[in-house]
Design a protein around this ligand. Structure first.
Ligand SMILES: [Zn+2]
Length: 332
């Protein structure tokens, strides 16, 4: 097994981590009980299975894991604690000194019961508290969702702009495709003006695409939304022109190797080797991320070890991907 001694004293950057997947099961369990939430099970070990990736799942089924963690994190206090623990843990276990955390405030407002400003400000305060304890720079990416109405996505962008000076560094677009009518009929052009507005306000733009969606959607994303970075984006390997475009425009992919294996979007390590080899061949800039370490039962260093052990990346590639991540970070 690779030792990672080459990473000694190297500060790491992680760009793609969901707050909902960055809190340990025991802490989620405590949070839920502190708030008196009724959980789907009263047994702790059953609960652990509900909030971690202990077996591979279909993509849409995987996204349902979010629903429970989002529900548990649906209060200002819970978000304060979640942000703090995610950043502290990343520093202590992986020497991550630059960390971008993303979450969707509307999916945590309990159908309008909770005030979005409280949810966001408490999260930012959790980040500040963690930065007092450890030499870390962290920021928040607020997420729009394919399931939302235009108005709901507009509210996310407005809040991102409002809190830009205080630590919201960018916006994202994500969400399942098959869940409701909005998501099934979603088109990038629906949110193009919102993305433009966010960019004008100085926010970074990233979009989940080319993970479960195909190259057609990826083309739409890069041509209409013009993101700085793309969440996943591995579908690009099926299209030479798209890889050339990404490389030319220096659009950075936030790849999440184990997450893609867990959702069966990547078949196995041979398939994964093929993906990274094509990205390297065509000079597509990529970074390595966990997508959410606690849920995936991994860490950034674990990802590096796997990629080395399976001869997918070299030590040089990993150092390079970390440099790209540092440079592409929305944290200035
Ligand atoms: Zn993601």
């Amino acid at each position: 097994m690779a030792t990672l001694s080459f990473l000694k004293n190297i500060e790491l950057t992680e760009l793609h981590t969901h707050l909902g997947f960055s809190v340990s099961p025991n802490m989620l369990w405590e949070m839920a009980h502190n708030r008196g939430l009724r959980l789907p099970t009263k047994d702790y070990w059953e609960f652990v299975k509900l909030v971690t990736f202990h077996e591979r799942k279909e993509y849409e089924e995987y996204l349902m894991l979010y629903d429970l963690t989002e529900k548990i994190q649906s209060s200002p206090d819970a978000l304060f604690a979640a942000a703090q623990t995610a950043i502290s843990g990343a520093y202590r276990s992986n020497n991550i000194t630059k960390l971008e955390l993303r979450f969707n405030p509307i999916l945590r407002n309990q159908s309008g019961e909770k005030d979005l400003d409280h949810l966001i400000v408490f999260t930012l305060q959790g980040i500040e508290r963690a930065m007092l304890k450890y030499p870390v720079k962290a920021g928040i990416i607020l997420m729009m969702d394919r399931r939302f109405s235009y108005e709901a996505n507009a509210a996310v962008v407005d809040k991102a702009i409002k809190y830009h000076e205080r630590g919201v560094i960018g916006i994202d677009l994500a969400g399942p495709i098959e869940r409701n009518n909005n998501s099934r009929t979603f088109k990038c052009s629906d949110v193009a003006d919102l993305v433009k507005k966010a960019r004008k306000a100085g926010l970074g733009i990233t979009v989940h695409t080319g993970e479960a969606t195909n190259i057609n959607e990826m083309w739409e994303v890069v041509e209409i939304l013009k993101p700085d970075r793309i969440g996943h984006g591995i579908a690009a390997i099926d299209d030479l022109e798209l890889m050339k475009f990404l490389s030319k425009k220096k659009i950075v992919l936030e790849t999440c190797p184990t997450s893609n294996l867990n959702t069966k979007l990547v078949r196995d390590y041979d398939h994964m080797r093929e993906i990274y080899s094509k990205l390297k061949e065509h000079n597509v800039l990529f970074t390595i991320n966990t997508d959410g370490p606690e849920m995936q039962l991994i860490s950034l260093k674990h990802e590096f070890t796997k990629l080395l052990d399976h001869n997918i990346l070299t030590e040089k590639d990993i150092l390079q991907s970390n440099k790209i991540a540092e440079k592409a970070s929305f944290i200035k």
